[in-house]
Design a protein around this ligand. Structure first.
Ligand SMILES: Cc1cc2nc3c(=O)[nH]c(=O)nc-3n(C[C@H](O)[C@H](O)[C@H](O)COP(=O)(O)OP(=O)(O)OC[C@H]3O[C@@H](n4cnc5c(N)ncnc54)[C@H](O)[C@@H]3O)c2cc1C
Length: 318
């Protein structure tokens, strides 16, 4: 049996940030992930300047393709609102690989299925043993399922369903565009051009509202891609978008139970207005590491619940 003081289940931004911080504080840690990196991840890859701040680097230090936006064209119920701001886009395929490689901790490709607690230790699939267990496995994290799901159920009203496509094409505009509540979508759709000819387009909305609206997320996808074509933003609609679900920030969450922690999407921490989850994933990962190493209180509930104020402030500071 392989033993480590801490084991992080999931090597996305939450798990990598946590493992990186633990390692820099001299702790013994390893990561288990069901995929080998680099791996694709359904995500638009928009990140705020706060992400660089908590990582302790500047955008210039990021070694992969980075797109900078100095304005975003918002549209709310058809009203156009251009916003001067400073935002960034990365490709998750590259960003997550970079995040996990900078942890310098052992990473094992392993799909975690079963975890039991015996005395002070967590035993994972009879193969790995640890004292501190961090659940960073995203929406379907086994640590959440086994140790937290019966303590608090995730609220269905906080569930987001989203579809997107990231692909290489001759995109026709270089600014980022966001449409809120278009064609009755209980959420927003986006057009996010990136470096090297990559384009990410997609949309997401509240699952419960969609269910009662009579329209599926794919109905919205077809309307949206047709609209992009009509606006001359893309030449033709791309095929085979990918879908995923995740949870927005909820009240009264339990994120620590004895020496088990949940962070990132496993805890459901994305912002209520924009569904921004990368910052919360990294920030909660760093907080969990500090809690483990310093025997401090872990409180990701204190993380910001909204993105839009920060987007406006970024424009003001620019
Ligand atoms: C369509 C879409 C667009 C989005 N766009 C943005 C955006 O532009 N900006 C933003 O900030 N947020 C965005 N989000 C949210 C963001 O993607 C997530 O909040 C973020 O990825 C959470 O990071 P995480 O590390 O918690 O989980 P993840 O990134 O999901 O990582 C979880 C890891 O755990 C591994 N894993 C899962 N199960 C197991 C298991 N049983 N055993 C071992 N390993 C396991 C997975 O392989 C994965 O590597 C978007 C989400 C969606 C669905």
């Amino acid at each position: 049996m392989l033993t480590s003081d801490s084991i992080v289940v999931g090597g996305g931004p939450a798990g990598s940030a946590c493992a990186w911080k633990l390692k820099t504080m001299g702790c013994d840690v390893l990561i288990l992930d069901k995929e080998t990196f680099p791996r694709p991840k359904v995500c638009a890859g928009w990140i705020t300047p706060k992400v660089w701040d908590i990582l302790g680097i500047t955008p210039a230090d990021y070694p992969y393709a980075l797109t900078q936006f100095n304005r975003i064209h918002y549209s709310v119920f058809g009203f156009k609102i251009p916003v001067i701001t400073r935002q960034y886009a990365i490709r998750r395929y590259e960003f997550d690989k970079w995040m996990i490689s900078r942890t310098h901790v052992p990473v094992f490709t392993h799909t975690v299925k079963n975890i039991v607690k015996i005395n002070e230790d967590y035993i994972i699939d009879n193969k790995y043993r640890c004292k501190y267990l961090v659940g960073a496995g995203g929406t379907h994290c086994p640590v959440f399922k086994i140790f937290f799901s019966f303590l608090h159920q995730r609220a269905e009203k906080a569930l987001i369903v989203a579809v997107e496509k990231e692909y290489r094409c001759d995109y026709l505009e270089t600014d980022c565009r966001i449409w809120f509540f278009d064609h009755g979508l209980p959420g927003y759709s986006w057009y996010l051009p990136k470096q090297d000819g990559w384009l990410n387009i997609g949309l997401g909305g509240k699952f419960l509202k969609l269910k009662t609206s009579g329209k599926t997320i794919m109905d919205h996808w077809h309307e949206f891609t047709k609209k992009l074509q009509l606006l001359s933003l893309i030449h033709k609609p791309p095929q085979n978008p990918k879908g995923h679900t995740y949870y927005l920030h909820q009240k009264k969450q339990i994120n620590q139970r004895e020496n088990a922690f949940i962070i990132g999407d496993s805890a459901g921490l994305s912002t209520l207005d924009m569904g921004e989850g990368i910052h919360a994933a990294i920030a909660s990962g760093l907080m969990a590491a500090k809690a483990i190493a310093g025997k401090k209180k872990f409180n990701p509930g204190s993380l910001s619940k909204f993105s839009l104020p920060g987007i406006l402030v970024a424009g003001y500071k620019k």
